[in-house]
Design a protein around this ligand. Sequence first.
Ligand SMILES: CCCCNC(=S)N1C[C@H](O)[C@@H](O)[C@@H](O)[C@H]1CO
Length: 646
Amino acid sequence: KCICASFFVLWLIIAVSFEVQLQEVTESGNRSFTIDYDNNQFLKDGQPFRYVSGSIHYFRVLAADWPDRLKKLRMAGFNAVQTVVEWSTHEPEPGNYLFTENQDLENFIMTAQEQDLYVILRVGPYICAERDMGGLPYWLLKLHPNIRLRTSDPAFLNHVDAWMGVLLPRIRPLLYENGGPVIMVQVENEYGSSGLFQCDYQYTSHLRQLFRHHLGSSLVLFTVDNPSGNNLRCGKIPEVYATVDFGLDKDPGQQFEQQRLFEPRGPLVNSEFYPGWIDHWGEPHHTTQPEALVKGLDAILALNASVNMYMFHGGTSFGLTSGSNVGSKFQSCPTSYDYDAPVSEAGDPTDKYPLLREVIGKYLPLPHGPLPPTSPKGDYGKVALNAVGSLKALVSLLPSVTAFWPQTFEELGVTSGLVIYSTTVPMRMPDPARLALNDLHDRAYVLVNGKLAGTLAREGDMSDLPIYTPRHATLDLVVESQGRVSIGRHLNDFKGLTTNVTLNGHVLMHWQMTALPLTDTSHLHTVISRLPQVILHSLTGTPRGGLTMYSGMFNITDEDPHPLDTFLKLDGWGKGIAWVNDFCLGRYWPDVGPQVTLYVPGAVMHRGDNTLLLLELERAPCDHPDSCFVTLQNHHQINGPTPPEF
Ligand SMILES: CCCCNC(=S)N1C[C@H](O)[C@@H](O)[C@@H](O)[C@H]1CO
């Protein structure tokens, strides 16, 4: 008994001294961010803390504009910024790491700290976010065609370990406890809610251990799941704090009851409160009413919950980085990620902005100072364009691959862009013959002997295009990727011709494939410059001006202030990709909407002559030189679509 008593006394002394030390550490000014389970709150340096955060994805805003957007977030009353970290942005090819300029994540984080914002990082490895393959790099499919993404499959986890071994050591010095602004880090993303129909706890536990190894034992790690059904049962990771996400159409009390089933104590957190929603090409732009948004936020804050608004500023999926979804059909996401967010795609406060500041001001001290104004926009007028070569002419100058069967984009090493698949029809077919592309990812322009015979789309019926094929006719299929699926079972979304092609039931073989990766224009310019002028105008594209490159120049005079943000309007154009000064603005598709203009940041232009390049796939208003132009106007346009004929 005496021994037990002395052990107890010894234990008591140790426990008390530890508590005192912790208190001393805190009082000594060392920084800490923890969860207080006794009082259902966060503690920052030992004091109660609640965050009101807004999502801004650094890769959807140019680095030149990060200070402006982050300041607008702070001036709206928010005290934290949340961003996902996109693996494919930082490792576009295996072992090729990018962390500079527009990919300089550390700069974004430190800029947030300068704007008096804490940072909540969602480091993935999977992030969803309507991005190509949910932010996972396409080369995972190239290296491991049978990979089981988002599982403990070693083919996946080995690359995750390597990637996190590069990323997380960069994050550690920026943690709050180490003097930085990063207060929390999310593990995976909606693992239980992503329609994976598998709960690989070995995978999620591995991530927790990996994050603990690189980031230490005191950082708050959390998960996010939509709180319906069994999502939280599958998404909750032991020793990782489970939070939920829900929109303004949900009752916060009921939603948080679901969180309480898995976190009976600790702060209530909505990690994604939606001010708008996802857009898809061909659907109306999704919006919400400002009053409903403010009412919903007020109800959450009144419960003393912490919250992140997804998105505060959506920005733009520049380049070919937007993803897609597969619901009842394939739905590709537009370039604009406006999200009907409180700050528009172009960075301007909307009518939601002052209302949000007012409601946040009921719960948090507001920063003083004027509300940010709408920035001036450039009205640079018409830009005349000329055809600089058909796609066929361009492709004839590019290297090609021959194979018995059609290969996917991934096999050909193409992240995004086009692949031209060519073959010869082996025998005389009855006219018309039925062409079937049995699993097309995603859109194909069918040419017979260089003439457009039709268009097939993943959204529509891909297995029935009647074509007339003379003997030994050349069949070209110009196949476009519209963005890899961002969520669910179709995440391993191989692009291109993913199965055989048949003509009247005969499998077509012996394919020549020419990749046209469009992640940058360096090779495009090289190829165009090599095109003899005579070819430029001989090999036109389609009769309506499709499958053709167009270029033009516009001048920003010295009288103009620094180049202003502007909007590219493409009246009369069909569907394609646009570049300004080699910066890929993204895909345009005014034929189906909802976005009708492309946002052009001022930072991609300069005084003097600027170049504009279009790869038009479908139609151009260029049957007369006077009508072959686009417009750089000072306002954006998001229209409801005319029902598309995919
Ligand atoms: C149509 C399926 C949408 C799935 N995505 C959902 S629920 N969301 C949650 C997800 O975590 C986030 O990355 C975003 O993708 C968001 C929608 O903007």
